[in-house]
Design a protein around this ligand. Sequence first.
Ligand SMILES: [Zn+2]
Length: 495
Amino acid sequence: MKDKFLLCLFDGLRRDIVRQDTMPNLSAFREGWIDFPNSSSAFPSETRVQVSSFVTGAFPGDAKLDSKNQADFGHGVMANVFFDPNQSIGAPLDTSNLEKMERAEKYYGRIQKSVNLSEIMASSGKEYSVLTTGKIGNAKLLNLNANKFNQKVFSIWGADICSKAVDFEMIVERFGPVPKQDFPNNAVTEYATNLLLDYFLKSGSADLQVMWYNEPDLSFHYRGIGSPESLSSIACLDKCFGRILDWWSTDGRKDGWHLIVASDHAQISVAKQIDVFSELETAGFKVGAGLSEGNDIALKRSYSGQITVRDRDELLVREILQFLQAQPWCGLTFSKLGEDGALFMGDINVLNERSPDVYFTMRTFDGANRFGYPGLCFGDNPDIPIGGGVHGGLHSVELNNLLICAGNKFHRQKVFDTPTGIVDILPSILWGMEIDIPPSVMGRPLKEAFISQGNSPAWCERILSASNGQYSQNMRLGHVEGVNFPYLRGGQRTS
Ligand SMILES: [Zn+2]
């Protein structure tokens, strides 16, 4: 019998909202199998960065500026939307924009620098199949080579976004048109579950199937974490997950299927919106979205911000850091030098030739939102209401993703508190399928979860701190024996 894996991913799901009263199926499943409560996202904790970390087992970068050769690490997708002056497109690369993605691919050669899942599966003679309700960029980054290897990618965004191996028209004829998106997005969640159970798992010959749900992320963002809409969303997801478990206990497990259930990141809540663009402008900086309009600095606006300066001018970087650190809304700051009160971006695995000059997050707090869920922040996301959810930063709550392993090769009813992360999912699946793990993988196979594979590795925590005048910040990292890269455990401005 072949060992197969189903990755069931709930975008944005927080661990603490998975309870007996809210998600009874998932909650019982977590207690019955292997739980990794200290799992964490890569930074920035945005979805398409996590997608790329999942399919490559890598963080966006490592600790070196020039990572052009094989000996270096990192997948190179620095954010959902990021500006790299080297691409010479003048504007940021939106990974959901097909035209820009094409141009970026021409420039970079590879958008995901590290070997990815579709390539690994193809070269091992295994079938890789994706079903996603996420955005266009999500579908693309889950498999950038789908047409080349004739692998299946189904996206709710239509035949053009699906790969050629998927007959979109036939699916619409059989299952009806894809329902309109809504908050909660329950009709789409149910539609995708029907497709998974009645088409992909039945007709398919996949060895690895991905089921990526775009909820509760959407309902958290636009209605709030713990809002009635978000509770309806997770109730629907749980009901759908119950149907997946029914399939698994009657047929799936017998057929060799293992189940990895995860979220890509969690979310915290926006307490106040700040317009960083105009704050910088008011302070006298010449700022734009790119560097083509005669301005000196390119700003990637969001709760998790990035700044690139013209000619990589170090003096200007220093001025910007000084400005940011003097603002009450500013949280953590990272630079390529790790001086002037900023932390070194290499320490959080985000340095390479595509990196901005400054990463910063908006300030976060540990208080709870109106529904009692901890984690608050300043935002710079005009589309998200006050009280809505965001992610992308380094608050310990938003970094803490769900990760559960289940199936015949795994232990039962165990909890491992070792730091783990999104980057460990790929090597663990490869380990379970007895496929060699490529050297570009930065995470580790979670061997302790497998029956008769020994104890969990030793680990320790390291706290980085930096300060400049009144400003100070710290960042907690988890170092695990045998892993060369730190896991992110959370950071905060401390004064
Ligand atoms: Zn999101």
